[in-house]
Design a protein around this ligand. Structure first.
Ligand SMILES: *[C@@H]1O[C@H](CO)[C@@H](O)[C@H](O)[C@H]1NC(C)=O
Length: 283
C-alpha cells in the first residue's frame, strides 16, 4: 500500500475560505486530482469539524475531524434513510480490508433489521475520541460526495459509490463532542480512513493537508491529493504552504509532529528537547 505523506498546515491568518456548494454535475470522464472539505473550529469544544455529503439522496452532515481516526463513523440508529446503503458480509474482502485484526468479528444484531443492525456483517469497534467510550458498530458502504478543486477554485462534486464506514450507536455522541455532529471522520494512516479511500478511488497521491482555522470566525480546509494548496481567489496570496509541518508516521501508524523548540510570544519555553524530538520512526 502506498504510504500516506500528509502535511499538517496551520493557518494563523485572517484569511477566509469560502467554499461554494453550488456546482454543475461533472462530465462522466472527470477525474479530479484534488478534493477539498471545509474545516471549522467549534467554539464550545475547540475541536475541528467538517461537513460531509453522504447517502442517496445526498445530505450534508457535520463530522468531527480526528487526525488519528482509522475510519469514518456515523450514527445510523436514529434516521438513516438512503437507497444506496449496503452491508458487506463478514469474511468479505471489504471486511478484510477494514479490520485491523486478521480474524474480523462477525456482527449480529438482535433487534429488527435497519442500517447499523444486520446479521452476519462485520463488526468495527467505534470510539468517541474524547471520552474513549466504545461501541461495536457495523461496517457499511454508501455514496460519499466531495467537492473537487483545481487548486484555488472549487470544482464540481464527485462521488465515491461504495465508501466504507462504520455505523455507530448514537450514544457515542452524548459527551465531549460538538453539538449536531453525526460522527467522526478519521484521517489516520489506515486502510479505510478518509484520505486512503479517496486517494485509492480517484488514483491520486496519497497525501492530505489540513489548514486549521485559529478561531471560529475563520474557516479552514482539508485538502486531499497533491499540493500546492491554495485559497480561493481574493485570498490567493495566502497559500497553505507558507507555514507547514510534515507529519511523521510511527510504526504503529500514528501521526506525530516533530517539535524542536516551543516559543510563546517569541520567548523560548525551557523544555527537555531530548523528549520532544522524534526520529523518523516516530519514537
Ligand atoms: C439475527 O438472527 C437472530 C437469530 O436468528 C434473529 O433473532 C434476529 O432477528 C436477526 N437480526 C436481524 C437484524 O435480522
Amino acid at each position: 500500500m502506498a504510504r500516506l505523506l500528509p502535511i499538517l498546515t496551520f493557518l494563523f491568518f485572517n484569511s477566509l475560505i469560502v467554499l461554494s456548494s453550488q456546482s454543475k454535475p461533472p462530465p462522466a470522464s472527470f477525474k479530479p486530482n484534488k478534493l477539498v472539505l471545509p474545516a471549522y473550529k467549534d467554539k464550545a469544544t475547540n475541536l475541528f469539524t467538517t461537513n460531509i455529503h453522504k447517502r442517496t439522496p445526498s445530505l450534508q452532515f457535520p463530522f468531527v475531524l480526528n487526525l488519528n481516526g482509522k475510519f469514518l463513523w456515523v450514527t445510523c440508529d436514529r434516521k438513516y434513510l438512503s437507497s444506496t446503503y449496503q452491508v458487506p458480509y463478514c469474511h468479505s474482502t471489504q471486511c478484510a480490508k477494514a479490520s485491523t485484526t486478521p480474524s474480523a468479528s462477525c456482527f449480529s444484531c438482535s433487534s429488527h433489521a435497519r442500517p447499523g443492525c444486520h446479521n452476519n456483517t462485520c463488526g468495527l469497534m467505534t470510539q468517541n475520541p474524547i471520552t474513549h467510550q466504545n461501541s461495536m458498530g457495523e461496517l457499511a458502504q454508501d455514496v460519499l460526495s466531495i467537492q473537487s478543486t483545481k487548486g484555488s477554485n472549487p470544482g464540481p462534486f464527485v462521488s465515491v459509490p461504495g465508501f466504507l464506514f462504520a455505523c455507530a450507536s448514537s450514544s457515542l455522541l452524548s459527551k465531549g463532542l460538538p453539538r449536531n455532529v453525526q460522527g467522526v471522520a478519521g484521517l489516520g494512516h489506515a486502510p479505510i480512513s478518509l484520505p486512503t479511500q479517496l486517494a485509492s478511488y480517484f488514483g491520486f497521491a496519497p497525501k492530505f493537508a489540513l489548514c486549521l482555522p485559529s478561531s471560529i470566525s475563520n474557516n479552514g480546509a482539508v485538502f486531499f491529493g497533491d499540493g500546492p494548496y491554495y485559497m480561493r481567489p481574493g485570498n490567493t496570496d495566502v497559500s497553505c504552504s507558507l507555514t507547514y509541518t510534515p507529519l511523521i508516521i510511527s510504526p504503529r501508524g500514528k501521526y506525530h509532529v516533530s517539535v524542536t523548540q516551543i516559543r510563546i510570544n517569541n520567548k523560548v519555553v525551557p523544555v527537555n528537547t531530548a523528549l520532544l524530538t522524534l526520529n523518523r520512526q516516530g519514537r
